[in-house]
Design a protein around this ligand. Structure first.
Ligand code: ADP
Ligand code: MG
Length: 698
């Protein structure tokens, strides 16, 4: 449609085939359009001068003017280094060149006035500016406006694509832009948000006249990005709804009824009931269910999963439950086997470590339909795993699985099975909308009754004796204690040493015969781990020293204290997960975060957040703010998104607005057939075509 933007970048004046290759390799810039979308990450006001005295406080590139008072270019060892003393009315700073002194030196004269542009750095005890731009003040063109700064690399810089170099070719492109960028968003939406035109936005993002224009450009481009993302999600949902037939589960089924009447160990919370109703409704529509179940740690998702599977098998289908780790899969298997022990339901466990011979048996039972419920890890995804009639798939802890894996499970039956995705950690609203925007969402916002909120305390090393005293009092009351140490892959051996030192200190402080201490870590054999776990579960030991292996899947209701050592090294969601291991019984529970005295600003915020709240959703919001979506969702999934300008951790409100507008648009014009939506349709088609999985839009 818009051929101009698809022109290969080598045809841009000043680029050529060789430099085009660099742009392609380093920045994936292939066309004019790609270059337009390579946005500056900030701007510098070139019409403003700073003073030398201000430089140490700026922490950014800045412009100053003054005179050279001394030039020192004596060769220093092998390096030909150039040092220049530069003065303005507020002070003196040194300019330094480590390279290229040969070329710079002849341009410099003592006493002449220059304009300097660079970033001051501290070197030892004094400040200098390495490799500044320097121009004689007389020769400075009266530059106004903001200079865009593009991210570059050494490799790019060597080929002339410093920030300045990128700015140069971008300007060439911008000059040709006039009347070549059609608007793709209808006027009604632009007016509603007072958003500038697409063409104007591209011009102003690269060459803004002032800060307001730069902001207007960013807003427009962010909105566009998020709007199409949400449209894409909603369109995808629409397509799944209309195209994919789903199994109808007309009956509640005997299994559900029997279990509910006889074996349900406790009254369901009203949130659990509500969610089950939502799920049941999906089963009656004849469409394929695609639902996300969010609920905090301990909110009782497993039971919902089980009851959902019972709907399925009661309608003569098979069910599968997939977990991200072997420990968790096993834990689910044990829990569910136990729930169902009085009933005639065949449950199997399939993980990577199941032997070939046993696999064969499981596969046969699956294909013949003897097995009702299959629980396992991603081993379930393999093509060799074939069901007789798979009707419902439950995926626990989704954010370690990607969209592609979900799609793989769909293919396990000619009519795709229903899918329920459960997250262990709540996901902030904007992320849920974006990463799971094609799913319906159910939320368990209520914990089972009788849970007392966990008190969380933050303590420094100096209070260790006090903490040990507290542990002793709790043990005297008959409670059990977890003490968790970090174990990070990069510093594994050091972490093991810390764990072992800690274990030793604890056995000294809590000696036999009064105290019994268990230890569990990843280097132990599986059966030793199991043995130690069992001792703790049975109450034979009062203290469990462990690494994060206990993060998920452990349930010891009598444990009422969670001590987290070096808590500053854990992320918020991990801390929240760990804390969720206590507070499962009737007793008042505690979580103690032990840290060093010196904490970064972020660590302080994490500790304060944990102390302030038990609400997983609130914690998730802070986590997003601190870490950004990439870390939160896993880079793989964030990579799928590849946002160029919007920032999900900061643009939450815009995400919601974009989604609402996209929703309205599709309600009025589901297939985008109205003439005013023509460009939207074209753009969306282009975006969706680039993603092989969902090219169904026609
Ligand atoms: P999560 O949502 O973290 O997966 P679980 O499903 O493991 O939570 O449930 C946590 C604990 O709460 C389990 O011991 C479970 O048996 C118990 N539980 C679940 N639902 C209820 C309920 N309605 N009433 C009382 N306890 C419940
Ligand atoms: Mg769970």
């Amino acid at each position: 449609m818009n051929d101009f933007l698809q022109t290969p970048i080598e045809y841009l004046k000043g680029v050529g085939p060789q430099r085009a290759e660099i742009l392609r390799k380093e920045l994936r810039i292939v066309t004019f359009e790609d270059l337009l979308f390579y946005f500056p990450f900030r701007y510098i006001n070139r019409s403003q001068y700073h003073t030398i005295a201000e430089l140490p406080y700026l922490d950014s590139y800045a412009q100053i003017k003054g005179r050279i008072i001394q030039i020192n270019d004596k060769p220093l060892g092998k390096q030909n280094r150039l040092n220049v003393k530069f003065q303005d009315h507020t002070g003196i700073i040194e300019l330094v060149w480590f390279q290229g002194a040969k070329w710079i030196r002849p341009l410099l004269k003592v006493g002449t006035e220059y304009q300097i542009f660079g970033k001051a750095k501290i070197f030892g005890t004094s400040w200098n500016i390495p490799h500044p731009e320097i121009i004689e003040l007389e020769k400075v063109k009266n530059e106004t406006g903001l200079q865009p700064i593009y991210s570059s690399s050494e490799k790019l810089g060597m080929k002339g694509f410093t920030s300045k170099g990128i700015e140069k070719i971008t300007k060439v492109l911008i000059e040709q832009l006039k009347n070549r960028i059609p608007e793709i968003i209808p006027d009604s939406i632009l007016n509603q948000f007072r958003i500038i035109s697409r063409e104007e936005a591209f011009i102003q993002i690269h060459c803004p006249n002032n800060e307001d224009n730069a902001n207007a450009a960013r807003l427009r481009l962010k909105f566009e990005e998020l709007f199409f993302l949400q449209l894409e999600m909603l369109m995808r949902k629409q397509i799944t709804m209309s195209k994919s037939k789903g199994h109808k589960f007309m009956e509640v089924g005997n299994y559900f009824t029997e279990f509910y009447a006889n074996y349900l160990p406790f009254e369901l919370t009203s949130a659990q009931k509500r969610v089950l109703k939502e799920i049941r409704k999906d089963f009656l529509t004849g469409h394929h269910m695609n639902r996300l179940l969010q609920g905090d740690v301990g909110s009782g998702k497993t039971l919902v999963a089980l009851l959902t599977m019972l709907f399925g098998i009661g309608n003569n289908f098979q069910a599968a439950l997939m977990a991200p780790t072997e420990i968790l899969a096993k834990q689910h298997y044990i829990t569910i086997k136990d729930f169902l022990k009085e009933m005639d339901i065949d449950v199997q466990l399939l993980t990577g470590s199941i032997k070939k011979k046993d696999r064969k048996i499981i596969f046969d039972k699956l294909e013949s339909g003897k097995t009702n419920i299959l629980i396992g890890t991603h081993a379930l995804l393999e093509d060799t795993v074939q069901f007789k009639n798979l009707g419902i798939v439950i995926i626990d802890e989704q954010h370690r699985f990607g969209v592609a894996q979900r799609a793989k499970m769909w293919k396990k039956n000619t009519i795709p099975p229903h899918v329920l995705v459960m997250t262990a950690t709540p996901i902030p609203r904007t992320l849920a909308m974006t990463f799971y925007g094609d799913l319906d969402v159910s939320i368990i916002d209520e914990l089972p009754p009788g849970r007392k909120p966990i008190s969380t305390l933050h303590k420094f090393e100096a209070s260790r004796l006090e903490v040990f005293g507290f542990i002793k009092r709790e043990i005297a009351l008959g409670r059990q204690i977890y003490i968790v140490y970090p174990l990070i892959q990069e510093s594994e051996s050091m972490d093991y040493n810390n764990l072992m030192d800690g274990y030793e200190a604890i056995t000294r402080a809590f000696p036999l015969p009064n105290y019994h201490v268990s230890i569990v870590h990843g280097k132990m054999k599986a059966e030793d781990k199991e043995f130690e776990m069992q001792r703790f579960i049975k109450g034979e030991t009062q203290i469990m020293v462990a690494t994060t292996v206990i993060e998920v899947g452990v349930n010891v209701p009598n444990a009422s204290v969670m001590i987290i050592e070096s808590a500053e090294r854990f992320g918020l969601s991990q801390l929240h997960q760990l804390r969720g291991r206590v507070g499962r019984g009737a007793e008042k529970s505690y979580c103690v975060l032990m840290t060093g005295i010196k904490l970064s600003k972020e660590s302080k915020k994490r500790m304060a957040t944990m102390v302030r709240t038990n609400d997983g959703f609130e914690i998730a919001e802070v986590d997003l703010e601190l870490r950004g979506p990439g870390d939160l969702m896993g880079t793989q999934q964030s990579g799928e998104l590849d946002l160029k300008i919007a920032d999900l951790s900061k643009d939450g409100q815009l995400v919601s607005q974009a989604r609402e507008i996209a929703r309205q648009l599709l309600t009025e014009d589901p297939l985008l057939e109205l003439p005013q939506n023509h460009f939207i349709r074209e753009q969306l088609r282009k975006i969706m075509r680039a993603k092989p999985n969902w090219s169904q839009i026609s």
